[in-house]
Design a binder for this molecule. Structure first.
Ligand code: ADP
Ligand code: MG
Ligand code: MG
Length: 903
C-alpha cells in the first residue's frame, strides 16, 4: 500500500512517515505484543502532504487503501464497522512528527449509528455504556469535523445533570444519555444544516479529512510558528480499534510516567480515572486519582502497567510517558513518548539510569535537554500558589524575582544598599543601567527581545529578566507603572518570572533551587567526554567567582569597558574622552597655525593623563581581584571596545548645559565646550565607527594604560603566590597591519611594565575575530596572534548587516513569523553564513599558525545548537555567560558523543 501502513509493520524509526504517535504505537506493538495495543493502521504524513498540495483533495488510491486496511482490521478483530450486532468502533487520531499537544484533532468512538449503538449495548451488556459512547462520538465528531464549539455540548450536558440533580457524568443513566445523544444530534443538525452521517465509512472519510485539515488550522499554524516546525511536515492519521475505559469500575483510563515526572525518582507517577475514557483525564472535567490508587482498584492491571513501563523505558533508553486504558480489567497502551521533565528530574534520571545499568554514561547524557539546565540555578514561582498574571513578556533571562519597583538604576543602587529587594522597571535599558542591574533582583522592560541589551546583560549576571512586555507603560515623571488596568507606584511589589515571561503584582512565594550532588556527578561525566573547553565571559570578580564555581575553565572574555561604567567612574571616563578630544583639537589647530603650542593644548593633555592615571589605578585593582579569583586559569582581557556614543551620550552633555544655563560661570563655558566636542564626535553608524582597535590608533594612551594595569595586576598576583595567565585581546581588527602595529606596541608597553615589576609574568597577545574581512584574511592576521576569539555577536551583525540593537523591535518578528528564518541569528549561529566565516577563519588561521588557540566568546557560546557547530569545526573552547557554563559543559559533551570521530 502506498499511503497506509499497519501498526504491526511499522517501527520507531519511521517517525517522519508515521508521525510520533504512529511510530510509537507500532513500536509498542512489536515490543509488548499485539495483545497490549489495539490494532489499526496509520495513514502517512505523505498522504497529508499530497492532500494539501492537491488543494484538500484526498490522494488517488487512498480511499481504496482505507477500505483494504479496514477489512484487515475487521478480520483481525472479528468485528465489523457498523455491525448492528457487535460493531467495531475506531478512533481517528492525529499525530505529527513532533508532539504538538492539543493542536491537532482526534475523534473517538467512530462507527456508532442508531443501529450499531444497539449492537454495542448488546455485545457489552450495558446500555448505559453504549449511549455514553454514542453521545461522546456525536460531541467529538461535531466539534472536530464541523467545528461546533465544545461549549454548546458542555452546556447541554450540564443541563442534563442539573435536571437529574447529579454532579458527575457517571451518575447519568442509560435513559438520560439516550436523550442527551438526541439533543447533541439536534445541536449538530442545527449548526450544520445537514443530517448527522449515518454511514460509518462516510463518518471515517470525514474524520480523516478533518484531521488533515487540522494541520492547517489556526491553532496548529500558530504553534508551528512559535516552535519552528516546518509547515510541510503534515500530520499522520491513526485509525485504531477502540477499547473502552468507560465500561464500569473495572475499567478506566490514565497517563503514566515510567518515573516520577517531577523529581525523576524511580517510582512511576501519573493520573488515573476509573470508569472513564482518556479524554476525561486530559479535559479535567473530573479530578483524577494518583496512579498509585490503581493498585487498589485493579491490582493486576497496575502490576502489568508497571512492568510495561519498565520494558518501554529499557527499550527506548529514556524515561517514557504513556497513555493507557483498562477495559474490564484488561490493560491496553495507546501511546508512548519520551517524557518531558523538569531539569531536576532529567538529571536524576540520567544518574539513576547509569547506576541501574540501564544506560551508559553517553546514553544518559544524551537524554538531558541542556537548555533546561540553567533553571537549576535560579528560583522559580511556587507552582502550588495561584496568582494573577498581569502580562506576559519575552522570557529573556531565567529565574523568578520579586521586589519593590524602581524606575532608575541610581534608585536601584540606593535602595538595594539599604537592604531592599528591588526590580528595575524600564522602557528599555542602556549601558548606563549596568549598576542598576547589579543592584536589582530582576529586570522588567517594555521593549526588546531575547537579544536586547537588557536580556544579554541580565543573562550575563544571572538576573531574571522579562523583556518586551509591551503592555507595561512606564511613566517615570509620575513614578508609576501601568500594566493594563493596573497602576503600580514606585516601591510597590512586583514579581517576574524570566523563565516564562510572567509578571504579577502578587506576593508569590519563590522556591530556591537545589543543586545536589547528582548534578555534579553528571557534570563530571560531561567533562570527561567533551572536547571543547568551556570558559565564561566575566567582567567582575563576582562574576568570575560565580563562573569558576560553575566549572568555567577560565575567562574567555573580560570586557574592560564594563569596568568603565562603574558607579563613580562615568564622570571620570567622560572627562577623559572630552580632554582627549580637546587635546587633539588643539593639536590640529596648532599644526594649522604653524605657531607654538597654545596653552590649552598643554592643559588638555594634562587632564587627559590625569584621568588616565586614575582609571589605570582602578583598572589595576579590578584586574587584581579577577585574576585572584581565576588563579591558575587563563583570563582573556579585551582592550577597550565601546562605540564612543556609549560613553559619551550627547543628551547627558546637553542636559548639563541646560542645568548650568542660569549659573553663567566657568562651569557653563566648560559644559558648552564639552557638549560641542561630543556633538562633533557623533557618528551616523557608531557600531561601524570609532571603536575597538580604531580607537587605539587615535588614542594609543588608553590601551597603554590598560596593558600596564593588566601586567601590574598579574605581577602582583604572582608575588602573592598565584599563577595568573593573561591573554591580551585586541578587538575589531580588519587589517593585518592593524594587528601587526598594535601588537608591537602592546608588547613594548608590556615588556616595559614587566621590567618594572618584581616578578616576570607570562602573557600572550591575540585578537578578536568579529569582522568578515578578518575571517577571510585570518591567515595573515594569525601571524601576529597567539589566539583568536571569534566575537560572533559583532560577526553576525556585520555579516548579515543586522543592527543587533534594533532588529528585534523592527523587522525581526515578521521575519520569524514569515519563516524567512527559524530563529534569530543572534541566538543560534547562522551556520551557512556566519558559521561558514568562522570555519574559514579557524582553518586559515590554524594553517598559518598551528599553535593558534581558537575560541568563541559571543552569546552563541552558551547555545547548545551553536556549541555543536563549534565543536564540529574544531575550536578549542567556547566562552559563555557564567550561568550558561553548565549548559555548555553538557552541550559540549553531547556534541562529542553525537560525532565521536570529528576531524
Ligand atoms: P492527543 O494527541 O491529543 O493525546 P490522542 O490521539 O492520543 O490525542 O487521543 C486522546 C485520547 O483518546 C487518548 O489519550 C486515549 O485515551 C483516547 N484514545 C485514543 N485512541 C483510543 C482507542 N483506540 N481506544 C481508547 N481510547 C483511545
Ligand atoms: Mg495522546
Ligand atoms: Mg565586538
Amino acid at each position: 500500500m502506498r499511503w497506509i501502513q499497519e501498526f504491526s509493520k511499522g517501527s520507531r524509526d519511521q517517525r517522519e512517515l508515521l508521525g510520533g504517535k504512529g511510530a510509537g504505537v507500532a513500536e509498542m506493538t512489536r515490543v509488548l505484543g499485539a495483545d497490549r495495543v489495539p490494532g489499526g493502521f496509520t495513514i502517512t504524513t505523505e498522504a497529508c502532504v499530497a492532500y494539501m498540495e492537491a488543494g484538500r483533495e484526498l490522494p488517488e488510491g487512498l480511499a481504496e487503501e482505507v477500505d483494504q486496511a479496514l477489512a484487515a482490521l475487521e478480520r483481525q478483530t472479528g468485528k465489523t464497522l457498523g455491525d448492528p450486532a457487535d460493531p467495531l468502533l475506531v478512533s481517528v487520531r492525529s499525530g505529527a512528527r513532533v508532539s504538538m499537544p492539543g493542536m491537532l484533532d482526534t475523534v473517538l468512538n467512530l462507527g456508532l449509528t442508531d443501529e450499531s449503538v444497539v449492537g454495542l449495548a448488546g455485545s457489552t451488556g450495558s446500555e448505559r455504556f453504549a449511549w455514553d459512547s454514542y453521545r461522546r462520538f456525536v460531541q467529538m465528531f461535531g466539534n472536530v469535523v464541523q467545528g461546533i464549539p465544545g461549549s454548546s455540548f458542555e452546556q447541554a450536558l450540564q443541563e442534563a445533570k442539573d435536571s437529574k440533580g447529579v454532579s458527575a457524568d457517571t451518575e447519568l443513566g442509560a435513559e438520560e444519555l439516550r436523550e442527551l445523544t438526541a439533543t447533541f444530534r439536534h445541536l449538530f443538525e442545527e449548526a450544520t444544516g445537514g443530517a448527522f452521517p449515518h454511514e460509518p465509512r462516510e463518518q471515517l472519510r470525514q474524520a480523516i479529512t478533518a484531521v488533515f485539515d487540522s494541520w492547517d488550522g489556526e491553532r496548529a499554524v500558530a504553534y508551528r510558528r512559535i516552535n519552528g516546525i516546518p509547515d510541510d511536515w503534515g500530520t499522520a492519521v491513526n485509525v485504531q480499534q477502540m477499547v473502552f475505559g468507560n465500561q464500569g469500575d473495572n475499567s478506566g483510563s490514565g497517563v503514566a510516567f515510567s518515573r516520577d515526572e517531577r523529581t525523576g525518582e524511580s517510582t512511576p507517577s501519573g493520573d488515573f480515572l476509573p470508569n472513564a475514557q482518556g479524554e476525561d483525564v486530559v479535559a479535567g472535567t473530573r479530578d483524577p486519582e494518583d496512579l498509585a490508587a490503581l493498585a487498589d482498584h485493579i491490582p493486576e492491571a497496575h502490576a502489568q502497567l508497571l512492568g510495561d513501563l519498565a520494558r518501554l523505558e529499557a527499550h527506548y533508553k529514556d524515561m517514557q510517558d504513556v497513555e493507557f486504558t483498562i477495559e474490564e480489567g484488561r490493560l491496553f497502551l495507546l501511546q508512548t513518548r519520551a517524557a518531558k521533565r523538569p531539569a531536576q528530574a532529567a538529571v536524576r534520571f540520567a544518574l539513576d539510569s547509569v547506576r541501574e545499568g540501564l544506560l551508559t554514561r553517553e546514553e544518559a547524557l544524551m537524554t538531558i535537554d541542556p537548555e533546561a539546565l540553567e533553571a537549576l540555578l535560579h528560583p522559580v514561582f511556587d507552582p502550588a500558589h495561584d496568582f494573577e498574571v498581569l502580562t506576559t513578556g519575552v522570557a529573556a533571562a531565567p529565574g523568578a524575582a520579586k521586589g519593590a519597583i524602581v524606575l532608575s538604576a541610581s534608585e536601584a543602587v540606593r535602595r538595594a544598599a539599604e537592604g531592599e529587594d528591588v526590580i528595575l522597571v524600564r522602557p528599555f535599558t542602556e549601558a548606563d543601567d549596568i549598576a542598576g542591574f547589579h543592584a536589582a533582583r530582576g529586570i522588567l522592560t517594555a521593549k526588546g527581545g531575547k537579544a536586547s541589551h537588557a536580556a544579554l546583560v541580565a543573562r550575563g549576571m544571572g538576573r531574571p529578566c522579562v523583556a518586551g512586555a509591551s503592555q507595561v507603560k512606564v511613566d517615570a515623571e509620575a513614578g508609576v507603572v501601568r500594566i493594563g488596568e493596573k497602576e503600580l507606584a514606585v516601591g510597590d511589589l512586583i514579581a517576574i518570572e524570566g523563565t516564562t515571561g510572567k509578571v504579577t503584582a502578587d506576593d508569590v512565594p519563590l522556591i530556591e533551587p537545589e543543586v545536589g550532588e547528582h548534578f555534579s556527578e553528571v557534570l563530571g561525566w560531561a567533562d570527561e567526554l567533551r572536547r571543547l573547553g568551556v570558559r565564561a565571559n566575566a567582567d567582575t570578580a563576582e562574576d568570575a567567582a560565580k563562573a569558576r564555581s560553575l566549572g568555567a575553565e577560565g575567562i574567555g572574555l573580560c570586557r574592560t569597558e564594563h569596568m568603565f561604567f562603574g558607579e563613580d567612574r562615568g564622570e571620570l571616563v567622560r572627562g577623559m574622552f572630552v580632554a582627549a578630544a580637546r587635546w587633539r583639537r588643539a593639536e590640529v589647530h596648532a599644526a594649522a597655525d604653524g605657531g607654538p603650542a597654545p596653552p590649552e593644548l598643554e592643559s588638555a593633555r594634562g587632564e587627559f593623563h590625569e584621568a588616565l592615571e586614575q582609571l589605570g589605578e582602578l583598572q589595576r585593582s579590578d584586574f587584581t581581584t579577577i585574576l585572584h579569583e581565576m588563579r591558575g586559569l587563563p583570563v582573556t582581557v579585551r582592550l577597550l571596545d565601546p562605540p564612543l556614543h556609549e560613553f559619551l551620550p550627547l543628551e547627558h552633555f546637553e542636559a548639563e548645559v541646560r542645568r548650568l544655563e542660569s549659573a553663567a560661570d566657568d562651569r557653563l563655558t566648560d559644559a558648552r565646550e564639552a557638549a560641542e566636542i561630543v556633538r562633533d564626535l557623533q557618528e551616523a553608524n557608531p557600531m561601524l565607527g570609532t571603536r575597538g582597535v580604531r580607537l587605539a590608533f587615535l588614542y594609543p594612551q588608553i590601551y597603554e594604560m590598560q596593558v600596564r594595569a593588566v601586567i601590574a595586576a598579574a605581577a602582583e598576583a604572582t608575588e602573592a603566590g598565584d599563577t595568573p595567565h593573561v591573554e591580551i585581546m585586541i578587538p575589531l581588527v580588519a587589517y593585518e597591519t592593524e594587528l601587526r602595529q598594535l601588537r608591537e606596541h602592546v608588547v613594548n608597553v608590556a615588556e616595559e611594565a614587566r621590567q618594572k615589576a618584581a616578578s616576570p609574568v607570562p602573557y600572550s597577545v591575540g585578537t578578536m575575530i568579529e569582522l568578515p574581512r578578518a575571517c577571510l584574511i585570518a591567515g595573515h592576521i594569525a601571524r601576529h596572534a597567539d589566539f583568536f576569539s571569534f566575537g560572533t555577536n559583532d560577526l553576525t551583525q556585520t555579516t548579515i548587516g543586522l543592527s543587533r540593537d534594533d532588529v528585534e523591535g523592527s523587522f525581526m518578528p515578521s521575519y520569524l513569523a514569515g519563516r524567512i528564518i527559524d530563529r534569530s541569528p543572534f541566538e543560534v549561529i547562522d551556520g551557512p553564513g556566519v558559521g561558514e566565516l568562522v570555519r574559514i577563519g579557524a582553518e586559515r588561521g590554524r594553517e598559518a599558525n598551528p599553535e593558534l588557540k581558537l575560541g568563541i566568546c559571543g552569546e552563541h557560546g552558551g547555545d547548545p545548537t551553536s556549541i555543536r557547530f563549534f565543536d564540529s569545526i574544531g575550536l578549542d573552547y567556547v566562552s559563555c555567560s557564567p550561568y550558561r557554563t553548565q549548559v555548555a559543559r553538557v552541550a559540549a559533551a553531547q556534541a562529542a558523543i553525537a560525532a565521536p570521530d570529528r576531524g
